[in-house]
Structure formats: C-alpha cells, structure tokens
Design a protein around this ligand. Structure first.
Ligand code: 5GP
Ligand code: ZN
Length: 110
C-alpha cells in the first residue's frame, strides 16, 4: 500500500526512529508524542485496524501482543505502560494501518 505512511516506514522510504524490528512487526517512536515515552508497534503486513482483522491474522496478533512488554521495557517502562489502539472514525483513528500505542512515563489513571 504505497499511500500508507506506516507501510512506507516498513519499506524504509519514510524515516522513523525504529526501536524494534523482527520478521512480523516493527516499533518506532511517535512523531508527535503524547507522553514522555510514546511508541507505535505495527505489523509489517498492511491491516487497516482491529475491525479488518481476519482469522488468518491470529498468530500475527498473538506475536505482537507478546512483544509489547519487552518493547515497553526497552524504553524504560519497567513499571508498566498504557496500550491503546484506535479503530475507525468513531475511535479517532488517524492512520489506517493497525498500530498499538505504548505510552508511559507520566500516566494518570483513566
Ligand atoms: P491514531 O490516531 O491513528 O491512533 O495514531 C496515529 C499516530 O501516528 C499519532 O499518534 C501520530 O502522532 C502518529 N504519526 C502520524 N504521522 C507519523 C509519522 O509520519 N511518523 C511517526 N513516527 N508517527 C506519526
Ligand atoms: Zn500500511
């Protein structure tokens, strides 16, 4: 998907501060951080959001969820972190490539 900015980050044609990468996902710093630590974790495969997931994506989603804690800890969030994923216009989604926000460093109870 060439008009997707997160696909461009996966392809390496758009710069990002990448902090983790494996065969299935990458994590990079949010360009407009909303917390002292704000990282986005995305699948390399273009999937719009949670609502677009298919049964075949189950192993990929399990893989990503299992990576979140280690990625957060690598950014100094050993005490814990907040994870958000926005789905569709009703969820305030701006970039239509599935991503998990990891936020930490100064989080107030929701
Ligand atoms: P959404 O609102 O879709 O859940 O979140 C999209 C996130 O992507 C926002 O937090 C926004 O700051 C971030 N973002 C938008 N454009 C870029 C970009 O070009 N590079 C990076 N690293 N983050 C971006
Ligand atoms: Zn994409």
């Amino acid at each position: 998907m060439t008009d997707c900015i997160f696909c461009k980050i996966v392809e390496g044609t758009l710069a990002a501060d990448i902090i983790y990468e494996d065969d299935f996902c990458i994590a990079f710093k949010d360009l407009y951080p909303k917390a002292p630590v704000h990282v986005l974790v995305i699948p390399k495969k273009h999937i719009e959001n949670l609502a677009a997931l298919r049964a075949e994506d189950q192993p990929l989603m399990g893989h990503m969820l299992l990576k979140l804690t280690g990625i957060a800890e690598s950014q100094g969030l050993e005490d814990g972190f907040r994870t958000i994923t926005n789905t569709g216009p009703g969820g305030g989604q701006e970039v239509y490539h599935l991503h998990f926000h990891i936020l930490g460093g100064n989080i107030k109870p929701a």
